[in-house]
Design a protein around this ligand. Structure first.
Ligand code: AMP
Length: 113
C-alpha cells in the first residue's frame, strides 16, 4: 500500500468506493465521473503505477484484471467493452495506481481503428 494513493485507500476501505466485484487480487468499482453508461475501474490490490509496470512485476494480477473486466461487462453490458489504460499524465493518467477503465453500454462514439 502507498500512503498517498487514492486507490490504495479505496481498496483498504479508508475512502468509500462503489464496489462492483472483488477477488483476492483485483477490485472493480464505479468511476466517480462516468464517461459511458458502464464505466468501472479494475484495479489490482498491489500498488504499481501503470500497465507496463504491472506487466513486468505482477503479470498474474494484470491477467486477472482482464478477466474481471470481462465479468463486469458480462454482468452490465452484454460482454462487450473497451479496456483503457491511460499511461502517463500527458495521456490522461491522473491516478498512479494502475487501473483499467471498463467502458461499455450504448454505442461508443470514438473508434481509433
Ligand atoms: P485516469 O485519469 O486514467 O488516471 O483515471 C482516474 C479515474 O479515477 C478518473 O476517471 C476519475 O473519474 C476516477 N476517480 C477519481 N476519484 C475517484 C473516486 N474517489 N472513486 C472512483 N473513481 C474516481
Amino acid at each position: 500500500m502507498s500512503d498517498d494513493c487514492l486507490f490504495c485507500k479505496i481498496i483498504a476501505g479508508d475512502v468509500p468506493g462503489d464496489m462492483v466485484l472483488e477477488t483476492d487480487r483485483v477490485v472493480a468499482f464505479r468511476d466517480i465521473a462516468p464517461k459511458a453508461p458502464v464505466h468501472v475501474l479494475v484495479v489490482p490490490r498491489t500498488h504499481v503505477a501503470n500497465v507496463a509496470q504491472a506487466a513486468r512485476e505482477v503479470p498474474d494480477e494484470l491477467a486477472e484484471m482482464a478477466q474481471v473486466a470481462q465479468r463486469v461487462a458480462d454482468a452490465e453490458c452484454g460482454g462487450q467493452f473497451r479496456l483503457i489504460f491511460n499511461t502517463g499524465s500527458r495521456a490522461g493518467q491522473s491516478v498512479f495506481h494502475v487501473h483499467g477503465h471498463v467502458i461499455g453500454g450504448g454505442e461508443l462514439e470514438w473508434n481509433p481503428a
